[in-house]
Design a protein. Structure first.
Length: 404
């Protein structure tokens, strides 16, 4: 617990340090500019050297499958069978569904860059508090920097992190008490799998069309590339992921009211591929794969497990501005995963694919310049041999207050 708190504290400090060091030069510039503007009281407010916005936001989210379990796993978790209690299969997994309280603070900053162009910054910190499964609570944050290049280009740098995310419990050991070479539920030992995640991205956005009076009132393209690292606790370090990704986004605007955003992303996922404990059904192949002299349904086997893969994602997001204050949104995401494991005994990944679909919709309303609210619905359907097929429904209500 102490190490997790230390990591969280360090991540928060780094985020604030980067924000401070980035804003400091602009503050120095803006102070000089403001002193000069005092000589001319007729200077328009729009000509200020910098703009600063602070906000606080609170979200309340309900999810009906917080650990992304299959239907059979949900039934067993609710049953609380003796075998699962002994194995700690669902330890600290107290409820299938949950209400999540999500307070967030953030700032937006903009100024003239002394090196050229307009500079902008956005940073945020958020804590996700799970009311029914407290062990799953975790902090996250992010920062985005952008600077205009010429009249139509924008260079964007971004970063995100989350710390101490409890995914769920996985098999970590076995205790073959009767020494029969078969491992039933009560002889399995499960441990919690938690991870930290860090992501960096670079993008270039180019404006092709900007004409409010035209049918196509906006047209932008933005190629991007980045890197994401997911680091598990030592028990499950074979689940670590190093992900390089790149993609292309296209943003269209129609009659200044309808926005359509289309994104393609490719990811190369690299995992260690170390040896790992699995339970293998030897009856399927009729082979004693672990060499203990017997054929069993749940035979313990140490073999290389490689979760490396190639992923392709298509995403579509749309927004309709009904009035100046009222906006409707719809979204769809489709992700295909092809595992690259070359070990036939790695049955969850060898020559296997995974598929995930997400749909979402939302309504947002701006009560004033300071108050706004949003309601979102999201559904995920995932098909993957490793964790099994699951579905998840999320409902999120957020309200935001802009201080400045």
């Amino acid at each position: 617990m102490k190490s997790i708190l230390t990591k969280r504290s360090l991540a928060v400090r780094i985020l604030f340090l980067v924000t401070f060091l980035t804003v400091l030069p602009c503050l120095g510039q803006s102070e000089t500019a403001n002193n000069e503007s005092c000589l001319n009281r007729e200077t328009d407010d729009q000509d200020k050297a910098y703009k600063l916005h602070l906000y606080a936001e609170t979200g309340l989210e309900y999810t009906d499958n917080v650990f992304r379990l299959t239907d059979s796993q949900i039934s067993r978790m609710k049953a609380k069978d003796y075998e699962d209690v002994v194995s700690r299969r669902y330890k600290d997994m107290d409820s299938v569904s949950d209400y999540i309280v999500e307070p967030e603070i953030g700032l937006k900053f903009g100024c003239d860059n002394p090196l050229g162009g307009k500079f902008g910054l956005k940073s945020w910190l958020k804590y996700n508090y799970y009311t029914q499964n407290e062990e799953k609570s975790f902090p996250e944050g992010g920062i985005k920097l952008k600077n205009t290049i010429g009249e139509k280009g924008v260079l964007i740098l971004g970063g995100k992190f989350l710390s101490g995310f409890f995914k769920k419990n996985y098999l970590s050991d076995v205790d073959d008490a009767d020494d029969d070479g078969n491992i039933p539920r009560e002889e399995r030992i499960y441990s919690s799998a938690t991870y930290d995640e860090y992501e960096g991205i670079i993008a270039y956005e180019y404006e092709i069309v900007k004409a409010k009076s035209n049918t196509i009132s906006g047209f932008d393209i933005y190629p991007f590339a980045g890197y994401r690292s997911r680091i598990y606790n030592s028990t499950f370090d074979n689940r670590d992921q190093d992900i390089g990704f790149l993609g292309l986004g296209i943003r269209l605007e129609f009659i200044s009211r309808i926005n359509l955003n289309m994104i393609y992303q490719y990811e190369n996922v690299a995992s260690p591929g170390y040896h790992e404990l699995v339970l293998y059904n030897e009856y399927v192949s009729g082979t004693d794969v672990n060499g203990d002299g017997v054929i069993k349904k749940n035979a313990p086997l140490i073999t290389s497990v490689d979760r490396s893969s190639n992923r392709h994602t298509l995403e579509f997001n749309s927004a309709l501005k009904l009035t100046k204050r009222f906006t409707l949104s719809l979204g769809y995401k489709n992700r295909w995963t092809s595992y690259t494991s070359d070990n036939p005994l790695d049955i969850d990944h060898y020559e296997n694919d995974a598929h995930r679909q997400e749909i979402k919709s939302g309504i947002s309303y701006d009560f004033s310049k300071t108050w706004s609210a949003k309601f979102e619905y999201n559904r995920t359907d995932d098909h993957d041999n490793e964790d099994g097929d699951y579905s998840q429904n999320n409902y999120l209500f957020t309200i935001r207050y802009n201080f400045i």
